[in-house]
Structure formats: structure tokens, C-alpha cells
Ligand binder design. Sequence first.
Ligand code: IPD
Ligand code: CA
Ligand code: CA
Length: 267
Amino acid sequence: MEEIYKFAVQIAYKAGEALMHFFHKPHQIGYKGDINLVTEADLETEKLIKEAISSRYPQHSILAEESGLKKGQTAEVKWIVDPLDGTTNFAHGLPWFCVSIAVENQGELVIGAIYNPVLKEMFTALKGKGAFLNDQRISVSKNDKLIKSLIATGFPYDVQQRPEPIMTRFYKMILKARGIRRIGSAALDLCYVACGRFDGFWEERLKPWDTAAGALIVKEAGGKVSDFEGNPYSIYGKEILATNGFLHSNMLKVLKEAKEGAYDEKN
Ligand code: IPD
Ligand code: CA
Ligand code: CA
């Protein structure tokens, strides 16, 4: 896996450079939904990443956001790619976007590489070997008080059709935390939990390519990842709660009680 890991990091750098090339030019914006954008950078960068993987490892499968699943001869290794996480930020000239590349081996996440080319921050993890930011080991925060925590969330693209229960969770959570950020890139949200900038993150209806690399990076940095009930997290599931571990039960409690609409604000 070491060799595939090095290669994944290399491609993430190259893809990041490609994103920067597009970032400084006018964008061609297409619509996948009313508020769900796709640019030339998403499509071209995905093409570049897939070509690089296929020429080195033609037998591997690739699941990529814009083109779906390309089945390899062996189902053993699957790459999971978001060529541009944070497309809305990218289209508006904001610097919080990244490329996210993960590898699953026999259904288990083993490699994650997330690169923000504006800030030149490369977050990586190899299963069992820890998590890193620009080759320096990172770990989650030790904060165990929600009122002293900076947490993050995001909103799915169908939030206008289905504002509940998303807004209730947000409302309940903001009453309990020091602050909430919505930076517009789930992959970076997870990296920021991993390196202790954020203490926790929750979102629903994310896709495998949004969270695959980030979930591994959080775990390898000592954090905890689950669904909103506290069950083990699956990148194919609908909900993610990622925390430093210390805040996990507290944030779960808020999420659960928001679901029941019965959170006692004195708790
Ligand atoms: C989106 C971002 C955003 C999250 C959305 C995702 P995209 O990915 O991660 O933060 O709130 O749910 O779909 O479309 O920019 O790749
Ligand atoms: Ca994404
Ligand atoms: Ca994307």
C-alpha cells in the first residue's frame, strides 16, 4: 500500500496544480441542480486524475464524482475521487477548496490525500500509520466542552426543498457551541477536525467522494467518526459526525434530541 499511497499524494499535488490553473481564469459554470454547480475545473481535473490512475493501475476500480464508477478487473482496490470539493467556493473566488483522493482495499479505507492548493496544505493518512499535514503528524484537539468548541457543518444541495431537520440541528447546535463554521468543503472540514482547528463536524447526505479520504484522516489523527445514532460510519451512509472523540457523545446527544425536537436547552 505504501507505493499506492505515495502515488495518491503525487496525483493530489498534480490535480491541485490543475485546479489553480483554472482558478485564476473565468469559469464555465454548468448546473447539476438549482444550487449545485459544476465547472470546467471539476471535469478536466477528474479526467486528469482518472487517466493518471488508469495508466499506472489499469486493474483498479475508480469511483469519481462527475463520471461515476469505472470497474476494474479486480474489485479489490477502489479509488474514490472528488476532483474539486468546494466547487461553489471555487466559482466565487474563495480559497477553501481541495482535491480529495481515497483508496479502499477490500472495502476498507486505507489511503486518504486531500490537497488545498491555495494554502498549499496536503493532508494525508495511511491506515495504521497516522495522519499528516505537509508531512508533520497531526492529531485532534483535546477539548471536551461544547461551549468551548468551534464546530462545523454543511448543507446538502436539496436543503431548500427539505430545510427540516437540517435547520433544527443547526439551531440546537449553535445554542451549545462557541461557534459554527460552514466553510463549504466537507473534505476540508474533516481535515480541520483532524488537525484540531475544528473540534467537531456534522453533515447529512454527503457522498462517498466527499468523506472517504477525510474520514480516514480524522480516524488516523485520533478522532471518532459515526452516524447520527453513534453507529460506525460508512462512506455510503447518509450521515456523518466526526469529532475529537471527547465531544462525541455530547454532539450525538444534541443531534438525537434535535431529531426528536425535544432538546432541553438547560442540558
Ligand atoms: C460539497 C461540499 C460542501 C457540502 C456539500 C458537498 P462539492 O461538495 O463538500 O461543503 O456542504 O454537501 O456536496 O459539490 O463542492 O464537491
Ligand atoms: Ca464534494
Ligand atoms: Ca466535487
